[in-house]
Design a protein around this ligand. Structure first.
Ligand code: PEP
Ligand code: MG
Length: 889
């Protein structure tokens, strides 16, 4: 029988940390903390499968769930000595979602559940604090109204503000018990007018909340977040039902969040924030500015409000002990939520802490040095994609800084852009190609789209753990939070501060590493990679099996890739070399030539240009393999398109415009991606491959003479489907090689291979391998031709496919393991059957995608090739793939 409910508390637990699949991350770790004997309010977790069941069965709860929850509640009652719905010492519950991976702020929570017109009196008597009891009740109604009844927060906010104004109250804290009671009466009137009856029965409240939390798995915010993070929609969320503890029971109570190490820098120092006399979400909501946990942090931030260390030294000491115990147990930096109720510490959540890429590297390296983890663990736990953050530009320190405000350095990197105050505005501006800094008082999960569209985020309120900070760090976006000196004036659409008035559309810059907000555009510097980065990359290099090459054709890209540690060029797209300066017109003359002689004349002009390019590439990449691909795209791609361009080009190359137009029409193709391209061009016009092969071999001779190191070029033939195609092109290449060897008197070792980018080539790999000396998977075209989906047009319907669940991921970004992947495996196996040890690589965009790289490892590829800035990412991903593949075996 399915176990739908797991219990924890009182030093015991049914679950464990490694059961996040069923219990959700929060539930699994609450269980682990309980079992470790840490102070956790007791509770129960409804497994995520119940959520899946709920959606598959018309929003019905599975049989046996209700009975199991009732049984679990009885255990809670006996552990706490309280009664759910009881008229004295009532048990109140916190009901929270918790999926397998953390989705910060994406789903819903209901606190203080169990309050009604009777239990509120019991709570008042029990705590001896009527004001607190009524305040808790009104908070419960607000949350229940929002989460379960689907009412907007502003519906309650309006009444609250109106009531406060009527009573002359500025702050919520000034409201008395009677005044809260009056407010609740108004809330209930409003609910009745809206047609909602507020359930008094605590059990009815509980099931309403559980259903709403299941439903929240499918709300717009959660769906968007899952799409962004590739989280399958069928995982569902678990629900945690836990005894309430209160951080708002006066000045000996508090609530806070902390990281066991600094999530921004990685420094080994407890890092966190708390609020005295506050409940749960107050800290992250960014409504009050929180205080530092440690004295050290308080002094560093120049705050005059006391630290937790100072105001509650006992609870602080216990918290510190818990942190140390948990870090040693989980062997990672942790993110914790806690509450202190009248001096007693309670742990509400622990999870592996999100961190910046820089902090991730530092923490991993430090933990290896502390003997907590191995070098392989360190390599394994860095998210390769997060290295992107380290490659972000920073503001040139030599530049004059016109600082208009300083906030918290919430997420590193710097950005400049127009001030835009709304998420919709940010999305619209981005569509027009404008750069945006999204400026908000604070952000909420509704702002995800706007944040995605922005270059950086600036908020005037909220701390390092506010929504903006957490989400921006996750997205690798620069973010400055809580710039108290600035204020967003939405009415006038202005950002104002002392002596400052900026309008929407004005340009500002933010520096997410210093917290500075600056006027205007700033000059940016490319980042220097730290010592921690090098240590991790060094470990990754020792661990990984696959080589990492780069896709590059310009000297600057090749140099950048080499600096990042590229071990050769896996794809040099020669066509990119023809677009520069005067070459394009020579290229056009070649294409438009009506006789072979004329074509050869143009090719003779292109030869020295290509040769010079290759010499430079061979020199930069000396000592590493360089794969050069023959011209691939259809020729009409090089010809002008608009009338004006045609007139201009005709004048430049001395041709009549009408004649040029005729030639362009003659070259027109209905489906150029499947047209006259790749090896087909070289079969129609062998003089092109002959020129390119000559340029390559002559360059190899010249570079070898310059550097004293032999160059071994790998010549790659694109879009091959038939062995005979490759035979034909290879024969031309071999012939040129013989000539150049004879002319130069120097022997040249070279390989001729093919791209595997057509299903036929994959299926006939055993035959093609009789000729091909290496294969490189062109998975951009292989995906296009396997799916029969145009790589240039698929973006118009793929998002719909993903939204409707037809496919999980964009196959042009993450390799389609089942289809394209099977062709890759077939070609590898068949190719190596004919030619054991056949060298296999990948040079499609997937070569830089960590998920696809893992697949390449499993398929036995020798190397991946990716764009220069992805080289470190690919190296790390390749090392992780080696580690994980080894564990599987
Ligand atoms: C490919 O098709 O995957 C490839 C690398 O070639 P291109 O993107 O140039 O077509
Ligand atoms: Mg291709």
């Amino acid at each position: 029988m399915t176990k739908w409910v797991y219990s924890f508390g009182g030093g015991k637990a049914d679950g464990r940390a490694d059961m996040a699949d069923r219990l959700g991350g929060k539930g699994a770790n609450l269980a682990e903390m309980s079992a470790l004997g840490l102070p956790v309010p007791p509770g129960l977790t409804i497994v995520a499968d119940a959520c899946s069941y709920y959606f598959q069965n018309g929003h019905a709860f599975p049989d046996g769930l209700k009975a199991a929850v009732v049984e679990g509640l009885q255990r809670l009652e006996s552990l706490t000595g309280r009664k759910f719905g009881g008229n004295s010492r009532p048990l109140l519950l916190a009901v929270r979602s918790g999926s397998r991976v953390s989705m910060p702020g994406m789903m819903d929570t209901v606190l203080n559940l169990g309050l009604n017109d009777e239990t509120v009196l019991a709570l008042a008597a029990d705590t001896d604090d009527a004001r607190f009891a009524w305040d808790s009740y009104r908070r419960f109604i607000e949350m229940y109204g929002g989460v379960v009844m689907g009412l907007g927060h502003d519906v309650f906010e309006e009444i609250l503000e109106d009531e406060k104004a009527r009573l002359g109250r500025e702050q919520d804290t000034e409201m008395t018990a009677e005044e809260w009671q009056g407010l609740i009466a108004r809330y209930k009137e409003m609910l009745a007018e809206e047609g909602f009856g507020f359930p008094g029965d605590p059990m009815a409240q509980l099931w309403g909340a559980v259903g709403a939390i299941f439903a929240s798995w499918m709300n717009h915010r959660a769906v968007t977040y899952r799409l962004m993070h590739n989280i399958p929609s069928d995982w569902g969320t678990a629900v945690n039902i836990q005894a309430m503890v209160f951080g708002n029971l006066g000045n000996s109570s508090a609530t806070g969040v902390a990281f066991t190490r600094n999530p921004s820098t990685g420094l080994k120092e407890l890092y966190g924030e708390f609020l005295v006399n506050a409940q749960g979400e107050d800290v992250v909501a960014g409504i009050r500015t929180p205080q530092s946990i440690t004295e050290k942090a308080r002094i560093e931030t120049g705050s005059d409000r006391p630290s937790l260390e100072k105001v509650m030294p006992e609870a602080f000491k216990e918290f510190l002990n818990v942190c140390n115990k948990l870090e040693a147990h989980f062997r990672d930096m942790l993110d914790l939520e806690f509450t202190i109720e009248r001096g007693k510490l309670w742990m509400l959540q622990v999870r592996i802490g999100k961190r910046t890429a820089k902090a991730a590297l530092k923490i991993a390296v430090d933990m290896v040095e502390e003997g907590l983890i191995t070098a392989a663990d360190a390599v394994d736990r860095i998210d390769p994609a997060s290295l992107d953050q380290l490659l972000h530009p920073t503001i040139d320190p030599a530049a004059r800084r016109d600082i208009i405000g300083t906030g918290l350095p919430a997420s590193p990197g710097a950005a400049s852009g127009e001030i835009i105050f709304t998420s919709e505005g940010a999305v619209a501006a981005e569509k027009e190609g404008r750069k945006v800094i999204l400026v908000r008082t604070e952000t909420s999960p509704e702002d995800i789209h706007g944040m995605q569209a922005a270059e950086g985020i600036l908020t005037t309120r909220g701390g390092m753990t506010s929504h903006a900070a957490v989400v921006a760090r996750g997205m690798g976006l620069p973010c400055v939070c809580g710039v108290g000196a600035l204020r967003v004036d939405m009415r006038n659409r202005e950002l104002v501060g002392p002596g400052i008035k900026l309008k929407e559309g004005d340009i500002i810059s933010i520096d997410g590493s210093s917290g500075h907000v600056l006027k205007g555009v700033q000059p940016m510097l490319q980042p220097e990679l730290s010592g921690d980065f090098e240590r991790i990359m060094g470990w990754a290099d020792r661990i990984r099996r696959m080589r990492v090459r780069t896709n590059a054709e310009t000297p600057s890209d090749a140099r950048a890739a080499r600096a990042f540690g590229a071990e050769g060029i896996g794809l040099c797209r020669t066509e990119h070399m023809f677009f520069e300066g005067g070459r394009i017109n020579v290229m056009r003359e070649m294409i438009l030539a009506e006789t072979v002689e004329k074509r050869r004349e143009a090719l003779d002009q292109l030869l020295p240009m290509q040769r010079a390019d290759f010499v430079e590439l061979f020199e930069i990449m000396h000592g590493t393999p360089v794969t050069i691909r023959l011209l691939d795209p259809p020729l009409h791609e090089f010809l002008p398109k608009s009338d004006d361009e045609i007139d201009e080009v005709a004048a430049q190359i001395g041709m009549q415009p009408f004649h040029l137009r005729e030639r362009i029409d003659a070259l027109h193709e209905f489906n150029p991606m499947l047209g006259h391209r790749g090896c087909r061009l070289h079969i129609s016009h062998p003089e092109i491959v002959e020129m390119q092969a000559r340029a390559i071999f002559e360059a190899a001779v010249e570079a070898a003479r310059e550097t004293g190191e032999a160059v071994e070029p790998e010549i790659m033939v694109p879009v091959v489907g038939l062995k005979a195609e490759l035979d034909y092109v290879k024969a031309r290449i071999d012939e040129v090689a013989r000539s150049v060897i004879a002319e130069s008197g120097m022997d040249i070792a070279y390989l001729v291979g093919t791209m595997i980018e057509l299903p036929r080539a994959a299926l006939r790999a055993h035959v093609i391998a009789e000729v091909a000396e290496f294969f490189s998977y062109g998975t951009n075209d292989l995906t296009q031709t396997t799916f029969g989906m145009s790589r240039d047009d698929a973006s118009s319907f793929l998002p719909t496919y993903i939204r409707k669940g037809i496919i999980d991921r964009d196959p042009f970004v993450n390799l389609d393991f089942d289809g394209v992947g099977e062709l890759i495996k077939i070609a590898a196996e068949r190719g190596r059957r004919t030619r054991p040890g056949l060298k296999l690589g990948i040079c499609g965009e997937h070569g830089g995608d960590p998920v696809s790289i893992a697949f390449c490892e499993e398929s036995g590829l020798d190397y991946v090739s990716c764009s220069p800035f992805r080289v470190p990412i690919a190296k790390l991903a390749a090392a992780q793939a080696t580690i994980r593949n080894g564990k599987k075996r």
